[in-house]
Design a protein around this ligand. Structure first.
Ligand SMILES: [Zn+2]
Length: 139
């Protein structure tokens, strides 16, 4: 899962910490980094969600720590994919497992008539399924 940097070298995706206004720490944000020129950019499919999260903090935020993988399924899946035990599992497979797991949870949440939970699960599902599977070209 890499792309070309403007300098011609390969950029690799890593989960990194983003600090906002020296107060807010957002961990596990998928970011492309070039080892050659140190240029970095936020992974495009999570950009709007990260921007939205940051826009909620205002100009004078309180000290806080967020885990991006807790609100964003793509960050969560990238985290899983980077773990050693899943080194030999394709991201497609991990996605498939996760979608099945979320669908099971959705059934459960609906049977409990927990609307907030249902909404949260639907949001997570859309974060995964709205992305083209080409995005997960990790090979
Ligand atoms: Zn570069």
């Amino acid at each position: 899962m890499s792309k070309l940097c403007k300098c011609g070298h390969k950029m690799n995706i890593r989960l990194r910490t983003v600090i906002y206004k020296n107060r807010i720490e957002i961990d596990n944000v998928p970011i492309y980094t070039c080892d050659s020129c140190s240029k970095s950019e936020v992974f495009q499919p999570v950009k709007s969600e990260l921007t939205e999260l940051i826009s909620q903090f205002g100009s004078n935020p309180e000290k806080k720590q967020f885990f991006f993988n807790e609100t964003n399924e793509l960050a969560f899946l990238l985290m899983i994919a980077s773990q050693n035990e899943y080194k030999h599992t394709s991201v497609d497979k991990i996605l498939e497992y996760r979608i099945n797991e979320l669908l099971d949870l959705l059934l459960l949440a609906r049977s409990l008539q927990d609307d907030r939970w249902v909404e949260d699960i639907l949001k997570r599902l859309s974060q995964i399924t709205l992305q083209s599977l080409n995005t997960y070209d990790l090979t």
